[in-house]
Design a protein around this ligand. Structure first.
Ligand code: BEZ
Length: 239
């Protein structure tokens, strides 16, 4: 008998992957109708889901995201939220957040980015945001970073119980933009101003050249870094 693995084709449409075009849809939101990703052509977008309106962890996430919205705008990045609740629930929840909720010094927080009404779960299913093992009637905490060409560049999933780290989402957007603008990669825990990774050489000859290249710090032929100031990163990624 062959020891080759057999893989069953999925019965439902596959989840989008990094490098795929973002599945397109038109939806009702708290800011009017949007067509995604076409309405955001030329912009970066963080498209994210949350489990439900009027829940505490989601409330802290929305307050944090709304408070950081200017930081993301400075990166040419728009925010779009989704849950499988309806429009009037969204409106009532966002009003309650503004009028009544304080959290970590944040108060009177107005959420002005669109929040999608997805009661039919069509968009959530197209993006693999419903994970029945976690909950079949709520979206998990999914994050899709979509680039100006409408291509998915990063995907993060968190379970219902755990609020996301929004500094990490900002770091991720900066790192993606820096990778595009400077043709580099970024190491673990990288922050702008720290050394970046120079892509490894693709041939034996280039490997030898790399070790002799005085413009980079070649730790080994496959592992080279170079210094890029924080200002140079921010200038390179400026929208
Ligand atoms: C919350 O946002 O607090 C939450 C939502 C769904 C399940 C558990 C917690």
């Amino acid at each position: 008998m062959s020891d080759q693995a057999t893989v069953q084709a999925p019965a439902v449409s596959p989840m989008p992957r990094i490098g795929d075009p973002a599945p397109s849809f038109t939806a009702t939101t708290t800011q009017g109708e949007i067509t995604f990703p076409a309405d955001y052509a030329g912009r970066w977008v963080i498209f994210f889901s949350h489990p439900a309106d009027f829940t505490p962890v989601c409330t802290t996430e929305f307050m944090t995201f709304a408070t950081m919205q200017d930081d993301f705008a400075a990166l040419g990045t728009d925010l779009v939220g989704l849950s499988v609740d309806g429009l009037y629930s969204h409106i009532a929840w966002l009003r309650t957040i503004k009028e009544r909720i304080t959290f970590r010094g944040m108060a009177d927080v107005e959420v002005t980015f669109p929040l999608i009404d997805d009661v039919g779960m069509d968009v959530a299913r197209a993006y693999g945001m419903i994970m029945p093992g976690e909950d079949s009637t709520k979206a998990v905490r999914a994050v899709f970073v979509v680039d100006p060409a409408g291509v998915i560049r990063a995907i993060i999933y968190y379970p219902l119980s755990t609020g996301r780290n929004f500094d990490e989402l900002k770091r991720l957007v900066v790192a993606l933009q820096a990778a595009d603008a400077l043709a580099i990669a970024t190491p673990a825990d990288w922050r702008p101003g720290e050394p970046v990774i120079v892509p490894p050489p693709g041939s034996c000859g280039m490997a030898k050249e790399r070790l002799e290249d005085e413009t980079v710090n070649a730790v080994d032929w496959f592992f080279s870094t170079k210094d890029v100031t924080e200002q140079a990163v921010m200038d390179a990624i400026a929208p």
